[in-house]
Design a protein around this ligand. Structure first.
Ligand SMILES: C[S@@+](CC[C@H](N)C(=O)[O-])C[C@H]1O[C@@H](n2cnc3c(N)ncnc32)[C@H](O)[C@@H]1O
Length: 275
């Protein structure tokens, strides 16, 4: 991976000032940013289609238990990780290429007093530095669509998983009709977007030594939301995508919805066991 790639991902996702926008949104909703629970954050830090219900659904599919060691690859600013810690008792390590997200994630995690169960590592999913067999679960939610070299990615996931561990997946993949419309929340243009057909992704995973135990089209449960109302209801919080992309979100979500409606993208939820 070149530095151009790292810069491209950081420029797309990290627009600076994210923590300030989160705090302003919390205050506008009547919450005190210094005294929060994970539930107070609502949709603010779940940066994927389907929001919090999709995170809980994938956690149940993965059979997460108290003490399960999870590696959340492309974990953003940590909403899913903190949910797995607070609701399922997991110990979660987040790795993310966007430096600002790691800093914002650390700050929110510290405010919630979750520093013992959730940690952040700034780095590339293709260059995992963790020892072999160090996690029970590798987890990705809407983060691999920026990653071209899937064969290497999945070999890395297998390496860091314990024997019998699982890879829990919620990912955007290519539909039958191509190409996709842009911009979308994960890329302004096709150059940063690597969407592959589900059967190709599955073949790469099986080639890396995984066996699918569940594989389902969940597109219908991850429909992009419309633009936020001009005057939000009292206590309502914006979604992560609105806080990240601001005024660009409406166009991105229009393209995203058209992609789903026209079968240009699909969303797959899956569970794969390491052989
Ligand atoms: C749409 S966000 C999803 C964040 C998080 N999974 C969630 O659901 O809240 C995609 C994330 O993938 C990260 N990402 C993209 N390419 C990456 C790479 N090569 N290595 C690590 N993280 C990456 C981005 O920085 C971004 O935080």
């Amino acid at each position: 991976m070149t530095n151009d790639y790292t810069t491209g991902v950081n420029q797309h996702y990290g627009r600076s000032g994210l923590l300030g926008r989160i705090d302003a949104a919390l205050r506008a909703a009547g919450k005190d940013p210094a005294h929060l629970s994970q539930a107070d954050l609502g949709p603010v830090d779940q940066f994927h289609g389907g929001g919090l219900p999709a995170t809980r659904s994938l956690a149940r599919l993965a059979g997460l238990q108290p003490g399960t060691a999870v590696l959340d690859v492309g974990g953003g600013f940590g909403g899913p990780a903190r949910t797995l810690a607070t609701e399922f008792g997991c110990r979660v390590t987040v790795v993310d290429l966007t430096e600002e997200y790691c800093r914002v994630g650390e700050e929110l995690t510290a405010r919630l007093g979750l520093g013992d169960s959730v940690s952040f590592h700034h780095g590339n999913a293709l260059e995992l530095t963790f020892p072999d067999a160090s996690f029970d679960v590798v987890w990705t939610q809407n983060s691999t669509m920026n990653i071209q070299d899937r064969a290497s990615l999945y070999q890395g996931f297998r390496r860091v998983l314990k024997p019998g561990g699982v890879y829990a997946v919620q990912e955007v993949m290519a539909g039958l009709v191509q190409p996709a419309h842009y911009p979308v929340p994960w890329a302004q243009e096709a150059a940063l977007s690597f969407l592959y057909p589900p059967e190709r992704v599955r073949a790469w995973l099986e080639g890396a030594g995984f066996r699918a135990e569940a594989w389902a089209d969940e597109t219908h449960n991850t429909r992009p939301a419309g633009p936020p109302p001009a005057a939000p209801a009292p206590g309502a919080l914006p979604a992560a995508v609105d806080l990240v992309h601001g005024a660009d979100t409406a166009k991105m979500q229009r393209c995203n919805l058209a992609n789903q409606n026209e079968n240009r993208v699909v969303v797959v939820q899956a569970l794969l066991r390491r052989g």
